[in-house]
Design a protein around this ligand. Structure first.
Ligand SMILES: NC(=O)c1ccc[n+]([C@@H]2O[C@H](COP(=O)([O-])OP(=O)(O)OC[C@H]3O[C@@H](n4cnc5c(N)ncnc54)[C@H](O)[C@@H]3O)[C@@H](O)[C@H]2O)c1
Length: 370
């Protein structure tokens, strides 16, 4: 088992990473939730019950309540915020009490948001159960819900008391969700670490096919280390943290245009977005052909999709562009995009959509192979 500390201006907190570590919860509760008398466990319908049972068996000496929400991105919505805060009020939760989120990034983002605003902030524990939430969303304190205009438009920065990552939960995770989580792991390598990229070329299949616990734990630990490092430098995303959005401008647009349906899930959209951003980096003269080829090769080798024809057509392209600059602003307005200089080296570029993504996407549509 490994422990990693996230240091921010607001709070320092540990991330516990291991296999079969639910039974350690009691130990962490004693240290990090000392004055807590009430816990609300928030989860969703598709999370296998056995994880909740294991968790609750190890929560001791406090009143424990549970709320099980529907599955899917649609719960990142104000109605569920009200529903959960009503429960907290009904059970007389005060600021020493705690919300434990157990599930994927969706329930983690929602629970984190509620914890941050209920009585101006109560304790929070994140127990991520998807690969994506373990390597990304549960670390770093971004919380959020969606509105009718886009994803994560409403949100806060709010750090948990601790994060417990038990890779045993991945045993029940569907294949599609493994690839989605792998997208974020690949992202860290592309923006920060060429050696890690080379390691993923070799070990990617073992991770995706869940053939090696050890390799999975290494990838989770490495990803959390990178995320914690970036968050320490720039907790509130004033500049550097934006590199974590590599591939996400396009990803969010195709997710929003698909109404957050199961047609495309977040990590799949990120895979598509990262390839588009890599191609753009190459087209703008920053990324060498050889590096772009290596990126294409890892996608091919691991069977990761980067085609986006299903999501962007001649008909809906303007809508996609509009979403990419977050509606309303003119298409000539400046946006910040993340590009690669080489594998492992990324930078933030201020530009316009007209000078970056639009020509590339229009060319793709014209050629028909995309
Ligand atoms: N806060 C951040 O910094 C941050 C970063 C990245 C993504 N996100 C957000 O995270 C969300 C995506 O998270 P996600 O990919 O985890 O999606 P998710 O929470 O929808 O989970 C994916 C699916 O897997 C199921 N599931 C979860 N754990 C399981 C398990 N162990 N076994 C079987 N099934 C399981 C869920 O019920 C769901 O159907 C998006 O809303 C995105 O905006 C937030």
């Amino acid at each position: 088992m490994k422990t990693l500390f996230v240091k921010t201006k607001v709070k320092n907190y540990p991330i516990f990473i291991g296999h079969n570590i639910f039974n350690k919860f009691r130990k962490y509760q004693k240290v990090y939730l000392k004055n807590t008398n009430n816990i609300l466990v928030v989860s969703t319908k598709k999370i296998p019950e056995k994880y909740l049972v294991k968790l609750k068996k190890n929560i001791k000496g406090v009143k424990t309540y549970t709320v099980i929400l529907p599955d899917g991105e649609k719960i990142k919505n104000n109605n569920y915020v009200v529903q959960i805060t009503d429960l907290l009020s009904k059970y007389n939760f005060n600021r020493n009490d705690c919300i434990i989120s157990i599930g994927g990034g969706v329930v983690g983002d929602l629970s984190g948001y509620v914890a941050s605003i209920y009585k101006r902030g109560i304790n929070l524990v994140q127990i991520p159960t998807t690969l994506l939430s373990q390597v990304d969303s549960a670390v770093g304190g971004k919380t959020g819900i969606n509105n009718n205009y886009g994803k994560n438009i409403i949100g806060t920065f709010y750090q948990p008391n601790f994060v417990l990552i038990d890779s045993v939960t991945l045993s029940t995770l569907p294949k599609r969700e493994m690839s989605a989580g792998f997208a974020e792991i690949l992202k860290y390598s592309l923006i920060l670490d060429k050696k890690f990229f080379n390691w993923l070329c070799l070990k990617g299949n073992l991770i995706l096919k869940k053939r090696s616990k050890n390799e999975i734990l290494i990838a989770i630990h490495k990803s959390c280390t990178y995320k914690a490092g970036v968050v320490k430098k720039d907790e509130f995303e004033n500049s550097h943290r934006a590199i974590l959005n590599f591939g996400h401008t396009f990803a969010h647009a195709i997710e929003t245009a698909s109404n957050y349906s199961k047609k495309i899930i977040h990590g799949e959209a990120v895979l598509i977005g990262m390839m588009l951003a890599s191609r753009l980096s190459n087209r703008l003269g920053y990324l060498k052909n050889k590096d772009l080829k290596d990126i294409k090769d890892i996608y091919k080798k691991l069977g990761l999709n980067f085609k986006y024809k299903k999501f962007v057509t001649n008909k809906n392209k303007n809508n996609i562009f509009k979403i990419m600059i977050n509606d309303k602003k003119s298409l000539g307005e400046k946006i910040k995009i993340i590009l690669l200089k080489k594998i492992g080296v990324s930078f933030i570029k201020e530009t316009t959509l007209k000078n970056s993504f639009i020509p590339l996407i229009l060319k793709d549509i014209k050629n028909g192979h995309y």
